[in-house]
Design a protein around this ligand. Structure first.
Ligand SMILES: [Zn+2]
Length: 263
């Protein structure tokens, strides 16, 4: 069985003590690749270090997370953009980017500007986008609609929205919905919503160290816990874990495939 964790922040401090064990456990459950979206300039060094240490297994994305957007965002963007030109550092995507109006709306305008700038990077470097949206669905959807006819691909990460929201996002033909441990939470409405979402549009993710699935809820999340989300997803789709792993692995590889948009 082959699984891909499309969203894991294994380079953050929470993993500084035992990353080799975390990676070994991920391999044990069949995870073949881990994609690591950046957060901001302060995390780039460790992102780089982990990507080099686990080259061919942990893949780096570069981007400025919306909760890190503040008055210095233009500076941060310039420094991050320079990394896309670095040939010794093979960046596989732009992320994570988007809008987060949950914690703070102060830099709403700046968040939008940073998001649009990074969409432009995805287009000019032909890289997938990993998009974060929290308490900002309408704003995010309306920005994305400006790019509806452009060759963008990527993942709407940590999707937990309604059926109507899923339908709107699925109109972006080359985007997948990233599903994580939230699916296993008792009060989650995702099992119902997923009934209307074809498995061809789903990728799995952990968002480690956050959002650990049941039965690990509340603990530090890690890539190997993807197996719990996988098991729940198989139940929801009425199929086998093997089938879900195969489909979602194909989907993830489509998004991160080098070169122009897949047919
Ligand atoms: Zn994340």
């Amino acid at each position: 069985m082959e699984l891909i964790d499309t969203h894991s922040h294994l380079f953050v401090e929470e993993f500084s003590e035992d990353l080799p064990e975390v990676i070994a456990r991920a391999k044990e459950v069949g995870i073949s690749r881990i994609y690591m979206p950046n957060i901001d300039c302060s995390t780039v060094d460790s992102l780089l270090r982990v990507s080099k240490q686990y080259a061919g297994y942990c893949y780096p994305l570069i981007g400025l997370h919306p909760t890190s957007v503040n008055e210095t965002y233009l500076d941060e963007l310039n420094r991050l953009k320079a990394l896309l030109e670095e040939v010794s550092f093979p960046v596989v995507g732009i992320g994570e980017v988007g809008l987060d109006l949950y914690w703070d709306r102060t830099f709403r305008k700046e968040q939008e500007a940073a998001f649009r700038e990074q969409i432009a990077w995805a287009l000019s470097y032909d890289l997938p986008l990993v998009i974060h949206s929290r308490n900002a669905f309408d704003e995010l959807y309306s920005i994305m609609c400006d790019y509806q006819n452009l060759p963008l691909r990527g993942i709407f990460h940590s999707f937990t929205g309604s059926q109507e929201e899923a339908e709107k996002l699925l109109t972006f033909e080359y985007f997948m919905l990233g599903i994580n441990g939230v699916l296993t939470f008792k009060k989650s409405t995702l099992p119902e919503t997923l009934q209307r979402i074809p498995i061809e549009r789903i990728v799995l993710e952990t968002d480690s160290p956050y959002l650990a699935p049941v039965p690990c809820r509340g603990k530090r999340n890690e890539s190997s816990y993807l197996k719990h989300t996988l098991a729940r997803m198989a139940e929801v789709y009425g199929t086998t874990p093997e089938n879900v792993s195969q489909k979602t692995t194909e989907n993830a590889l489509k998004v991160f495939k080098k070169g122009k948009i897949m047919a």
